[in-house]
Design a protein around this ligand. Structure first.
Ligand SMILES: NC(=O)c1ccc[n+]([C@@H]2O[C@H](COP(=O)([O-])OP(=O)(O)OC[C@H]3O[C@@H](n4cnc5c(N)ncnc54)[C@H](OP(=O)(O)O)[C@@H]3O)[C@@H](O)[C@H]2O)c1
Length: 279
């Protein structure tokens, strides 16, 4: 059925492929090596580069409803299914505790993603990826959340955070990973620590701050980027990378590019898979 396929535009020759399984076939959980896990992230963006807009109800930013769609969501879940560990931001955790987050942590328990749980089992992976929460403030509603979590929970922070806040986190039973000299988490220290704990695939589902953390230390391996063919506009400009300019820039080589004409009414989207060129 046409609506279940996307067209691979690159590498050539172009061909039609099933959407379901498209990213799962990448076997990301087997691409890491002992001292170097595979580190990847993904974003969905409008054509004008927007990944989030302000929700008029809450005043907080969120993924625009105008671009979020079930076909991209399927691929997001496939990326999460291949992870030993997820990187999430403290903001996401706070929204999860309030019930305002985009969704519960992947891999989703919805029946339509049942195949991904079977797949993890067949691959010998843990039932759910572990989670690492990055935070400077350590303002984390952990007690409420950890009790309900079906997975290992770690909090990553720099040594410069408020010691009293750190003690409160530890009292909840969450494990702290000290991976930075100042208040901030440093990308390389984080990835080295996760490697030492045996994690082989690390999926950042966080936003621009965590991406900046990974890129500054040149530890990101892959970027999965969906461009929905819509322009959104807005006075605020939330895009996938913010903060200090990267000097030199971080370069990527395309691994694959897919056209999905079936997203939305008739505007569609492209899925790009980009591999970071490590210095
Ligand atoms: N369209 C998409 O694909 C996509 C993807 C991801 C996110 N988003 C959207 O983008 C917006 C921002 O998302 P986000 O909050 O997850 O983004 P983020 O900028 O990656 O994370 C922000 C928070 O994470 C913590 N953090 C980040 N880097 C850190 C570091 N190096 N050390 C210590 N803590 C660090 C901080 O927590 P503390 O405040 O506790 O210090 C910070 O406030 C949201 O609206 C989200 O919905 C969109």
């Amino acid at each position: 059925v046409a609506s279940q396929t996307v067209t691979r535009l690159f590498p050539l020759p172009s061909l039609d492929c099933a959407l379901k399984g498209l990213y799962l076939d990448e076997a990301l959980h087997r691409r890491g090596v002992n001292d170097r896990p595979l580190v990847y992230t993904n974003f969905i963006s409008s054509l004008d580069g927007r990944i989030a807009v302000e929700d008029p109800r809450t005043g907080r930013s969120k993924v625009p409803d105008a671009i979020a769609n079930p076909r991209d969501w399927r691929l997001f879940q496939e990326l999460a299914a291949q992870a030993d560990v997820l990187l999430v931001s403290a903001r996401y955790l706070r929204e999860l505790a309030e019930g305002t987050a985009q969704d519960v942590l992947p891999v989703s328990g919805d029946v339509e993603f049942g195949d991904l749980h079977d797949w993890r089992r067949a691959q010998g992976l843990a039932p759910q990826p572990a989670v690492v929460i990055l935070s400077k403030s350590l303002d984390l509603p952990l007690v409420e959340l950890c009790s309900g979590m079906d997975r290992e929970v770690f909090v990553a922070a720099g040594r410069g955070v408020d010691p009293e806040a750190a003690r409160s986190v530890e009292r909840t039973g969450a494990r702290l990973l000290w991976v930075g000299e100042g208040a901030e988490v440093q990308g390389k220290a984080l990835v080295d620590t996760l490697a030492a704990r045996g994690f082989r695939s690390v999926y950042s589902m966080a936003g621009p701050g965590v991406l900046q953390t990974l890129l500054r230390d040149r530890v990101l391996d892959r970027l999965y980027l969906t461009h929905v063919h819509r322009l959104l506009g807005s006075t605020a400009y939330n895009t996938l990378l913010e903060g200090d300019r990267l000097s030199p820039p971080v370069d990527f080589r395309p691994r694959a590019l897919y056209l999905d004409p079936h997203a939305g009414t008739d505007f569609g989207q492209v899925f790009g898979v980009y591999e970071a060129i490590r210095p």
